[in-house]
Design a protein. Structure first.
Length: 395
């Protein structure tokens, strides 16, 4: 009986090793990648429409609007459009005071960021406004001063869809925010950087995304639960790739506690599982038919579970290996954990994470246990509510 358990355990570990091995492959590629966008000597030429969906964001929206007024880019070449979506506070009024264009939307059935963006983009097309590109930002964000200059250079270089580095706004604010910074250094910096070297698509992260006007016209925006992932699937299946701009940074507010972040995490995981079922078979079939590594990579990205789950499964395998006294199972499990540590620390080094973020790794076991519990709940069908706004930190 123990022999059968040992065999099953080793088979499971080999499956995990394939996934972790791919992360190490991306890590190696990222270590060889350039981290700066050559800006060249040409004057800025692209006109940007900055789209900000905002639902009751009176606390944080003014900070973003002030930030956008200080960009190192000609103000004549960008216009800010805020969609005040089903707001019951002073979001629209504050946006008008900042002298940006405000679009008020009220719809009690089509609720959420995806619907708000879809509505706003269609509204701008109807007005026939002359924009070369669209930038989508969350209302709780701020961006680096070079943001539009970097995106202008990327567009001039031929990119039609670009993802900025989406980072944590205050990684030292709480241990939960610090651990989120750890995760995003790997997920939002290392992985897309590695993919850019390999000629694959960097993916879309929902914030800090830039699209050429032609791309938005060809691929209409989706109002799905995870509209960014679905839009990315449409792009890669259509033969396009998303470029990554690691030196254009968008920092966003993150919940300071596990309880506050649960709504956001559940929404992301539900959307990821939905995309897994809906798109992975199509991506794999297309990858084989077209002999495309880019499509295969996009499928693998959806298959790889959240890092916390990978770590939790590796720890379970280690514990079971120790219980049944299997040297092979214990050895593989230890190798998996070492490989995951290399991946995480490489992400932190590449993203130049502050020291406080490293200290927060002491809380990683608690975070891993919480994420595994959350993943199990979502997989079993709990927490199936519609879009719910994530609680903001006090400011």
């Amino acid at each position: 009986m123990i022999g059968i358990i040992d065999l099953v355990l080793v088979v499971v570990e080999c499956g995990l090793a394939l996934l972790v091995g791919y992360l190490l492959f991306l890590t190696g590629a990222a270590l060889c990648a350039p981290h700066r966008t050559p800006l060249g000597t040409h004057a800025p030429i692209h006109r940007f429409a900055i789209l900000i969906p905002a639902h009751n964001e009176e606390q944080l929206l003014p900070g973003l609007l002030g930030n956008l007024q200080r960009l190192d880019y000609p103000q004549a070449l960008y216009a800010i459009h805020v969609v005040a979506d089903n707001c019951t506070d002073h979001t629209a009024e504050l946006a008008r005071q900042a002298q940006v264009t405000v679009h008020e939307r009220t719809d009690s059935t089509r609720i959420g960021k995806g619907y708000a963006l879809e509505w706003l983009i269609e509204r701008l097309w109807a007005q026939d406004q002359p924009f070369d590109a669209f930038l989508i930002l969350d209302a709780d964000s701020i961006v680096s001063e070079n943001f539009l200059a970097v995106m202008d250079a990327r567009l001039a270089g031929g990119a039609q869809a670009i993802q900025a580095y989406y980072a944590v706004r205050d990684p030292a604010g709480s241990w939960n925010a610090s651990l989120r910074a750890v995760a995003l250094a790997a997920l939002h910096y290392l992985r897309p950087l590695g993919r850019s070297v390999l000629g694959c698509s960097a993916g879309l992260k929902g914030n800090g995304m830039v699209f050429s006007a032609g791309m938005i016209k060809q691929y209409r925006w989706s109002a799905a639960l995870t509209e960014d992932i679905e839009y990315h699937m449409a792009l890669v299946l259509g033969g396009h790739r998303v470029a990554f701009a690691p030196d254009a940074i968008v920092w966003a507010e993150m919940p300071s506690s596990l309880a506050a972040s649960q709504t956001q995490q559940v929404r992301w995981e539900r959307g990821r599982q939905e995309m897994l079922r809906q798109y992975v078979p199509r991506l794999l079939r297309a990858a084989v038919a077209r002999r495309s590594f880019r499509l295969l990579d996009a499928a693998i990205e959806q298959i790889i579970p959240p890092f916390s789950l990978l770590a939790a499964l590796s720890l379970v395998c280690l514990a079971l290996g120790l219980i049944i006294q299997s040297r092979s199972a214990v050895g593989i499990a230890l190798g998996l954990l070492v490989a995951q540590a290399i991946y995480i620390f490489a992400g932190l080094l590449l993203a130049r994470a502050p020291r406080r973020v490293y200290q927060a790794l002491l809380y990683a076991p608690l975070f891993i246990a919480w994420k595994a519990w959350l993943y199990l709940r979502v997989s079993l069908g709990f927490d199936r509510k519609g879009w719910t706004r994530t609680a903001r930190n006090d400011t």
